[in-house]
Design a protein around this ligand. Structure first.
Ligand code: G3I
Length: 639
């Protein structure tokens, strides 16, 4: 952490402090963190009296050797200067959407769902609707057609679009105001599935009616009646990569007959390898190093598992650029920021090193940033998907990447109301404190030597009104869940910087007021908060810089540091890249004018992987070209 009077101790002090905390744990007779103390109240008055002892044995099993990732091999990633690991255990099934059943089908056509803008007077403008629809049954191998006829009470013709079209289906335009779903379900589709079309009000495009139809696909008496269709591969989007970098591409064979096709290279660069994926049996990993710039087409032959004469050839296209195209003028952001006593960081995509452009992504990140937040990998659901089951590989890899580049890591995030594994949501209310503290303990213990900066509690303030957000944590422990989380974190790593992270506090309003009031209550209870994270997910129309400065000052007046933790500036239909750049520049200027503003992080750095990629919010575009926002950051940081 670049020191702007940072409270940090040297690593060895951190380790000794951690040993002391561990000793505290031992005295408390629990294997999972926490010190002596009385129970935890749930009200908001009085002083926090400390952590109760965690149960021993713990409510859920702590990580074991079975949870330890294993070394990965070069063939499966693009890392060039850190060792990569992968999960040892077989993958858990994708969090499946709740399967529809015959009982759902028997209930008949689902009710239409209308969404309207709050200000709309729906009495004078009734919602669009569909006529002539019902659930239907079909036998796998038969082709169905469902015609969607939209109507509007005011007589005009609504617009229409489909939600997710089933694999192999199409939603055709009949050029008479109606559209039809054409689909031939096969073995893999047997069961109950749904399809939704949306009608758009002719006068108000945000006024819509969604109509779902349930489709029951039955198995034929004779499976041979189902045609054997050609296999294919899951779409691989075009990528921009850098000549000389390793490229890996996951090729996922798909066959709607429910079989597993084989995959062969018909044309590939010299030295390419195509190996079965070490964890997913429906995938292969292609790895090669493109030697020179140019457009690259790789042809892959996919062969049917039942009829090996049935094949398809799929092409994967890549743009290979010369390294010179990615050289940026001026000084790197982290160097400029360090001259100002500020860390400049980003949020790292999960498993970026398994993407085709992973090496280029890593190179630019290493050049520009000295602080990393795992964008998704350190949250409760990915890390602890089942009681006693842990998946640390991706977080371990991000720590290894950070170490390889002398980056700090922000542990994002220990306690949040989102991205919680189902098993936690189903726990008894009375157990929630322990589950929260066991998770905090296990994650902080594993990464105590990698992470000295933690987003302990994320987004505690309600979206409206400035009160406490209702969540499984606040509903079970009241506001004290925050006290308990910070006390647990402090007990486990006395030298870490502990942060309360929030969004939509970059302007005046009930949310910042609510946060400041919360801080006052926490400080009155001696809760160890060191800093406030201002996420700063903005639009390019943002101009509340004076209010931002005032909010920074209010936090600083409480003796706390300010971290800009998730900055991105989304374009709108009335703004351009220069206005976006101006917002980046002015936010940095407000930070630099505040002595206690110590960190600036963007939430990602290339539009390609932004969670708001549709709005191109980041300083690099989807092909890793620096945008005006990048130069604006350099200028604001003193270039
Ligand atoms: O990794 C899985 C992949 O295996 C799976 O195939 C795929 C489809 O289900 O999902 C992938 O996980 C996704 C994950 O990002 C990693 O890409 C999750 O579905 C997706 O919900 C998750 O979204 C992240 C979100 O937090 C929830 O963790 C966003 O990328 C991330 O930008 C967003 O970040 C939050 C901050 O943590 C807090 N502040 C707000 C910010 C934006 O919402």
């Amino acid at each position: 952490m670049t020191n702007r009077q940072s409270p940090h101790g040297a690593p060895c002090r951190r380790f000794l402090a951690f040993c002391f905390a561990a000793l505290l744990v031992a005295c408390s007779g629990s294997d999972d963190g926490g010190g002596q103390g009385t129970g935890t109240g749930t009200g908001t008055g009085g002083t926090f009296t400390g952590l109760s002892a965690l149960p021993n044995p713990p409510l859920t099993a702590a990580p074991s050797a079975d949870d330890e990732p294993v070394a990965d091999t070069e063939a499966f990633h693009t890392a060039v200067n850190f060792a990569v690991v992968r999960e040892a255990a077989d993958p858990l099934p994708e969090a499946s959407v709740v399967a529809l059943t015959e009982a759902d089908f028997a209930l008949g056509l689902p009710d239409a769902v209308v969404t309207a803008p709050a200000a709309l007077d729906t009495t004078s403008n009734a919602a669009p609707f569909f006529v002539g629809l019902d659930n239907l049954r079909v036998v796998a191998g038969e082709t169905l057609e469902i015609r969607f006829v939209p109507r509007d009470p005011e007589g005009e013709l609504p617009g229409m679009f489909p939600q997710e079209i089933p694999e192999g289906g199409s939603f055709i335009d009949n050029f008479d105001g109606t559209r039809s779903l054409i689909w031939q379900p096969l073995q893999a589709d047997i069961g109950i599935t749904s399809f939704t079309a949306v009608a758009i009000d002719p006068d108000e495009s945000d006024y819509r009616t969604s109509q779902t139809v349930l489709i029951a696909v039955d198995a034929p008496d004779d499976p041979a009646e189902i045609p054997n269709v050609a296999p294919g591969i899951k779409e691989v989007l075009p990528f921009t990569v850098r000549a000389g970098d390793p490229v890996v591409i996951e090729i996922e064979g798909v066959d709607r007959n429910g079989t597993l096709p084989s995959v062969e290279l018909e044309s590939a660069p010299a030295g390419a390898s195509l190996l079965p994926h070490p964890r997913f049996d429906d995938r292969h990993v292609l790895r090669f190093v493109p030697p020179a710039a140019g457009e690259l087409i790789i042809d892959v032959v996919v062969r049917d598992a039942v009829d090996t004469s049935l094949t398809a050839t799929e092409s994967i296209s890549l743009t290979v650029e010369t390294p010179a195209n990615f050289v940026r003028s001026g000084t790197r952001l982290k160097e400029l920021a360090a001259n100002q006593g500020v860390n400049f960081g980003f949020a790292a995509s999960p498993e970026f090193y398994r993407r085709a452009d992973g090496a280029l992504y890593a190179a630019i990140a290493a050049e520009e940033f000295d602080l990393l937040s795992p964008e998704a990998s350190l949250k409760m659901a990915p890390i602890n998907p089942l009681p006693g089951r842990y998946e640390f590989a991706d977080a371990d890899n991000l720590m290894a990447f950070a170490r390889a580049h002398a980056m700090q890591v922000r542990g994002h995030t220990l306690v949040w109301h989102r991205v919680l594994p189902d098993w936690v949501l189903e726990t008894a209310v009375a157990e929630r404190e322990v589950h929260m503290r066991e998770f905090i303990t296990r994650v902080m213990t594993r990464y105590v030597d990698d992470i000295d900066l933690w987003d302990v509690v994320n987004e505690p303030i309600a979206d409206e009104g400035g009160g406490l957000r209702s969540s499984i944590w606040s509903d079970s422990m009241g506001e004290r869940y925050i006290d308990i989380a910070f006390a647990q974190a402090r007990a486990l790593d006395p030298n870490a910087t502990l942060v309360l992270n929030e969004f939509d506090i970059g302007f005046a309003g009930p949310k910042i007021d609510g946060l400041l009031a919360l801080l006052d209550r926490l400080q009155a209870r001696e809760v160890p908060v060191d800093a406030v994270g201002f996420q700063m997910h903005l639009f390019a129309t943002y101009d509340d810089f004076d209010e931002l400065a005032a909010n920074f000052a209010a936090v600083a007046a409480r003796g706390l540091d300010i971290h800009i933790t998730e900055l991105d500036v989304s374009l709108t239909d009335t703004t351009d890249e220069q206005q976006q750049a101006d917002v980046y520049r002015e936010v940095v200027e407000v930070c630099l004018e505040q002595p206690r503003c110590r960190v600036i992080q963007t939430w990602g750095f290339t539009d390609r992987y932004s969670f708001r990629s549709f709005f191109d919010p980041l300083p690099f575009d989807a092909d890793y070209a620096a945008k005006p926002a990048y130069s604006a950051l350099q200028n604001a940081l003193g270039e």
